[in-house]
Write a protein that binds this ligand. Structure first.
Ligand SMILES: [Ca+2]
Ligand SMILES: [Ca+2]
Ligand SMILES: [Ca+2]
Ligand SMILES: [Ca+2]
Length: 519
């Protein structure tokens, strides 16, 4: 069971005199604000009632079991021909969900910044999957395999996330669901391989809280949320869900903390299991989706209808495709229908919105997705679809563009009669070429065409023939957002050219004064 003390009450009652301390002997404290206690089997509820009568106990709850019900229907490889359109992933034509949410038009604005991290709190992620291995988050402060907690975050060798089931730093997926969800949100895309993901750029932080049978526990869930928010995730995708939940506080606390840190938390609205001996009502609150500060995502089908399995209630915020959604399964490929896979689209879209404007709060990101959603079902917000089915293109286009470029400190070129300096690059790490342009104030500065998706860049080079003569010349490059609404814009980059007949005349004095290293 999980237990939290009210320290103020404990102090008032002079600690041990409450009788609580002896009861806690052997308790495990994990920095979550509550404790995990072992109780003899069968005495759980009795013990909880006893503890709740103690004024020093803020809450005492069973360590509830959560679950991930989904298993994929496996499909054979068809050897599909890569289409001539972008993205070129061969299974893209069977991903009805992506054109449905207008992902291709969203990808004209951004294919997703590498800086946005989605924590997949699920069964782990296949760390060696060819479509995911380059997308896995790496903890910058941790050295692998030295049995030292280098970044002092409480977890030894957590180089690519953490496994809360087996308590180790290699959150390898032994069930499959986390890998499936990660593929929907952020598979390697336009690589002529398998499927496309919603955000081509987002990093995946694997946080394993689900065991090899598809089950998780409240303790693992709370710990996983805390880990993700403390270690740089921007979005937390919560897969496991539960309906018979008495007191959600042990989960609400870490969710509140994550939200206060600027993290968006996303979960499927829930899918009652028809095989369950006591299935919940189709409008029952399921958790964590129904907690505060969690975006509760319902599923839609190809016709924007409401599939029967998708829980509907007044906590549903938004809807996304959730029927026959393709992703990776057991080393191959398959489909799943559930609200959890619907939620993976919202996690991916939030990563795209945050790419266009990294300064937004999680509430702002949620509001943008809801305001731009397509109203389906009954007019206005309704319990089946919340604010509607997500429209990725409308969402990224409604986002105020926060223009970022690299470098912003300026360029220095050295030119002589028998040498040309190599071109430099101005890079926009977050959005595509369609969102920005660059111009120069001097005819001797050449600004190349913009190239690439996110990141996108232009080459800057010098036309020696157009320089007005030997000496020092300066000009300014102006970078402007071309999106309807923008901030941090325009940006200017100074460019300086030293033009001389022979470069050694410039290099030699610099070498003698030891300044070349700075140039
Ligand atoms: Ca660590
Ligand atoms: Ca280490
Ligand atoms: Ca792919
Ligand atoms: Ca509606």
């Amino acid at each position: 069971m999980l237990l939290r003390e009210d320290m103020r009450v404990l102090d008032e009652l002079d600690g041990p005199s409450t009788g609580l301390r002896p009861a806690l002997s052997g308790a495990e404290v994990a920095g979550l604000g509550f404790m995990l206690l072992s109780v003899p089997k069968g005495q759980e509820l009795e013990k909880i009632e006893e503890l709740k009568r103690n004024p020093a106990v803020e809450y005492a709850e069973p360590n509830y079991r959560f679950r991930v019900l989904d298993t994929a229907v496996v499909e054979p490889h068809h050897g599909l021909r890569a289409p001539d359109v972008i993205p070129n992933d061969p299974y893209y034509p069977s991903q009805w969900n992506l054109p449905k949410i207008k992902a291709p038009a969203a990808w004209d604005i951004t294919t997703g910044s590498h800086r946005v991290v989605i924590a997949v709190v699920d069964s782990g992620v296949d760390l060696d999957h060819p479509e995911l291995e380059d997308k896995i988050w790496t903890n910058p402060g941790e050295i692998a395999g030295n049995k030292v907690d280098d970044d002092k975050n409480g977890y030894v060798d957590d180089v690519h996330g953490w496994d809360f089931v087996n308590l180790k730093g290699e959150p390898q997926d032994d069930y499959g669901h986390g890998t499936f969800v990660a593929g929907i949100a952020a598979a390697e895309t336009n690589n002529a391989n398998l499927i496309a993901g919603v955000s081509w750029g987002a990093q995946i932080m694997p946080v394993k809280v689900v065991d090899s049978q598809g089950f998780s526990y409240l303790w693992n869930m709370a710990s996983g949320i805390r880990y993700a928010s403390k270690n740089g995730a921007k979005i937390i995708h919560l897969s496991p869900s539960l309906y018979s939940f008495v007191d959600p506080q042990p989960l609400q606390d870490p969710i509140n903390d994550a939200h206060n840190k600027g993290v968006l938390i996303v979960a499927g609205s829930g899918d009652p299991n028809p095989k369950d001996p006591e299935p919940p009502a189709p409008d029952a609150y399921q958790y964590p989706a129904s907690l505060d500060h969690v975006v509760s995502v319902a599923a839609t089908n190809q016709g924007d209808g409401h599939p029967e399995f998708s829980t509907h209630n007044d906590r549903v915020d938004i809807a996304a495709p959730g029927v026959e959604i393709r992703s990776f399964w057991e080393g191959g490929y398959g489909w799943i229908s559930s609200t959890r896979v619907a939620a993976a689209h919202v996690s991916g879209l939030a990563a795209l919105v945050w790419s266009v404007n990294p300064t937004l709060t999680p509430d702002e990101v949620e509001s943008i997705m809801e305001a731009t959603a397509v109203d389906v079902g009954e007019p206005g917000r309704d319990d089946d679809f919340g604010h509607g089915r997500i429209d990725a293109s409308a969402a990224v286009r409604a986002t105020t563009h926060h223009l970022e470029i690299e470098p912003d400190e300026g360029f220095y070129f050295l030119v002589c009669d028998d040498c040309d300096p190599s071109p430099r690059k101005i890079t926009n790490p977050n959005t595509n070429c369609s969102t920005w342009s660059a111009t120069a104030t001097a005819s001797w500065l050449s600004i190349g065409p913009c190239e690439g998706y996110t990141p996108s860049s232009v080459a800057v080079s010098i036309y020696r023939d157009k320089l007005p003569g030997y000496g020092l010349h300066t000009a300014v490059i102006t970078v402007t957002s071309t999106m309807t609404s923008s901030v941090n814009n325009p940006k200017t980059i100074p460019a300086t050219v030293r033009y001389t007949s022979q470069c050694w005349r410039n290099y030699l004095p610099l070498l003698l004064t030891g300044r070349l290293g700075n140039w």
